[in-house]
Design a protein around this ligand. Structure first.
Ligand SMILES: [Zn+2]
Length: 303
């Protein structure tokens, strides 16, 4: 089976190339996937913008309305890191719906990835840290509301702590949040996940993979998971502009293989989202995000 990939051209909100948020990584990731033979039309699905009712499962209704109307207060836009105009608003609605769609495809086919998503700093009340809506929290709550899943695991390996996801799912016992991140990376004030592992600056491949290998079985022993959402942020890479860890491309490859084979081996459907990545060399960054898809495609083919 080809890996189901969810994508939309409007994931790219068309920022200036020198913007702090490397928006061009979305089209460049699709280009990288095409070059790797992973983006055949049969593999691709396109979301519709998320209905407000989905977004309001995870976020305060007034904030959702503000984003849809492009009337987000300046104070919140400053915390997000960019103004919420029509393209950013649409992109946030599409990326959230994209993760819902990828989760449904994962439940059906065992594994699927959204070529966006992982906006894990968006809290219930508002967005923050380049994140407008928290797509994974939205998707988790949609699946729960629909009865499509009862026990959800979130494995967040972006270099930044998953504070927004922890905030939104804090009182949802059916969802378990795990974040492994750089201790000294944003956010300064972290919000406790169900399980957090904070790593020191400069943690490289070997120590990182050792911690992860020890934790995955522990997560699987907690419960039978109906689905795992995997935030595969590549800002753990040594060349990332924001991340303080020091993984290599080989380390990323090994990480994706470790996570995906762990859950595939236990028959747990996996929904991958790309998470963060902030290199100024955007083609190199897109190639780093493509590793998730390459590894996932290998495992999808084995299914
Ligand atoms: Zn990040």
């Amino acid at each position: 089976m080809p890996l189901p990939i969810v994508h939309h051209p409007d994931y790219d909100a068309g920022f200036a190339v020198n913007h702090r948020f490397p928006m061009s990584k979305y089209p460049l990731l699709m280009e990288a996937l095409r070059l790797r033979g992973l983006a055949a039309p049969a593999a691709l699905s396109m979301p519709e913008p998320a209905p407000p009712a989905w977004l309001k499962l995870a976020h305060a209704a007034d904030y959702v309305d503000q984003v849809i109307a492009c009337q987000v207060p300046d104070r919140i836009e400053r915390e997000i890191g960019f103004p919420v105009g029509p393209r950013v608003s649409l992109r946030a609605q599409l990326a959230s719906a994209g993760t819902v769609l990828a989760a449904r495809l994962a439940l059906k086919h065992g594994i699927a990835c959204n070529a966006a998503g992982g906006s894990h700093h968006a809290r219930r009340a508002q967005g923050a840290g380049f994140c407008t809506f928290n797509d994974v929290a939205v998707a988790a709550l949609v699946l729960l509301a629909e009865g499509a899943a009862e026990n959800l695991l979130i494995v967040d390996l972006d270099v930044h702590q998953g504070d927004g996801t922890a905030d939104i799912l804090k009182y949802e016992p059916r969802a378990f949040t795990f974040s492994m991140h750089g201790e000294r990376n944003y956010p300064v004030r972290k919000i406790d996940s169900d399980l957090d592992v904070a790593l020191p600056d400069g943690t490289g491949d070997a120590a990182y993979l050792e911690r992860l290998a020890a934790i995955l079985p522990e997560l699987s022993e907690r419960r039978h998971w109906d689905i795992v959402f995997y935030n595969a942020g590549v800002d753990v890479h040594a060349e990332d502009r924001l991340g303080r860890l020091a993984l290599t491309d080989d380390g990323l490859n090994a990480r994706e293989d470790m996570v995906i084979s762990h859950f595939r081996g236990r028959g747990v459907p996996l929904c991958g989202v790309i998470g963060g990545g902030y290199s100024t060399d955007v083609p190199a960054l897109a190639a780093r995000h493509a590793i998730l898809f390459e590894v996932a495609a290998r495992h999808a083919a084995d299914y």
